[in-house]
Design a protein around this ligand. Structure first.
Ligand code: DAH
Length: 341
């Protein structure tokens, strides 16, 4: 038995493999179940009991040597192959295969919104996601004990003085009015945060677009026509818009904005809860208190503002029925938007 082991060890040490076939021959001879080593393991049965343990260990060592050599043969073949194939790489050829990435549906809608409003004279303004109480609440005329300030809605980062993740994009209205004199005609887009449990219909992070128009003689008619124009451009020419009286601390009067349901065309479906209308945001005439807080004279200037949910617009446009899809990065979802640009 020892002779056989020695002979096999020598053979293993001398083995070479320059192609797949030789590699396979090695595998069959030394690694597979029916290999010469496998046969020796069968012979173990005939070995007297008191020697079995020692021979078992020897054979296992032999098996390991065969495997170590096998890996070496694979490695040398791999490196041999790659250095050989370098000569065959034509660097002037265009790349093959490779799928180009695609635009996220929320980014696409964001760009569409910007495009629509820029054409009618709105510029884009940016603001911070981490905000103080003044810009997120106080300057927007939120009373001291307004429920929106409470813990269940707002992610506070620090208390007294309060620093928070902004709960809406309306904070940028204040920053803009503090920095610039009217006329102002801007949109502000970005992420907002609310302490909500994540589900198909609610998320703790979502996106809004805010609009602010402040000038002499701005009226509710300007608001209505701006939104009507937006709805027709974003969706279709026969989209209808309606306003429901509402309340926001920073606008007076205030209205919620509904558009005719884009899924069923107004005849009634699950999304519009069989009403034919879907809410896309809030709006109103800027409250004089807000203008005053920002150093703008409400006797001289008036303004309108609105805030729309970007996820909601995207949902209506592409029939996305679960908010979580936007952030889960599932390629099966993202690939469905490959044609967007
Ligand atoms: N900030 C409001 C919200 O997040 C939406 C909103 C309502 C914005 C009315 C406005 C507005 O600019 O005028 O629910």
């Amino acid at each position: 038995m020892q002779d056989k082991v020695d002979a096999i060890l020598k053979e293993i040490a001398d083995s070479k493999a320059t192609d797949q076939q030789e590699l396979e021959e090695y595998r069959l001879k030394f690694i597979s179940k029916k290999s010469v080593i496998g046969e020796l393991f069968n012979e173990l049965k005939a070995v007297p009991n008191d020697q079995k343990k020692a021979w078992g260990m020897k054979l296992n060592e032999l098996k390991q040597s065969a495997q170590v050599k096998f890996r070496e043969l694979i490695d040398t073949m791999d490196s041999g192959e790659s250095s050989a194939s370098v000569d065959h790489v034509d660097l002037t050829l265009p790349p093959v295969g490779g799928e180009p990435g695609s635009m996220h549906p929320l980014s696409y809608i964001r760009y569409r919104i910007i495009e629509i409003f820029q054409k009618i004279g709105f510029n884009v303004v940016d603001g911070p996601e981490i905000e103080d109480d003044w810009h997120n609440f106080t300057a927007l005329n939120f009373p001291e004990n307004h429920p929106a300030r409470e813990m269940q809605d707002t992610f506070f980062i620090e208390r007294d003085p309060d620093i928070m993740l902004r709960t809406h994009t309306s904070n940028v209205q204040i920053r803009l009015m503090e920095q610039q004199k009217p006329p102002l005609r801007s949109i502000m887009l970005g992420r907002v945060f609310r302490n909500e449990a994540i589900s198909a219909r609610a998320h703790c992070v979502f996106h809004q677009v805010e609009a602010l128009y402040v000038d002499k003689n701005v009226s509710f008619v300007n608001l209505k026509h701006t939104l009507y124009h937006f709805a027709r451009e974003m969706f279709s020419k026969d989209t209808k818009v309606r306003y429901r009286p509402s309340f926001f601390p920073f606008t007076e009067p205030s209205a919620e904005i509904d558009i005719s349901c884009q899924i069923c065309g107004g005849s009634g479906c699950q999304l519009c809860k069989y009403t034919g209308w879907v809410e896309i945001g809030g709006s109103g005439m800027v409250d004089p208190n807000v203008l005053t807080s920002c150093g703008i004279d409400p006797e001289e200037y008036t303004g309108f503002a609105f805030g729309l949910g970007i996820e909601r617009i995207t949902q209506l446009k592409f029939r996305v029925n679960d908010l979580r899809l936007y952030t889960e990065n599932d390629v099966r979802f993202l690939k469905q938007f490959r044609t967007l640009h």
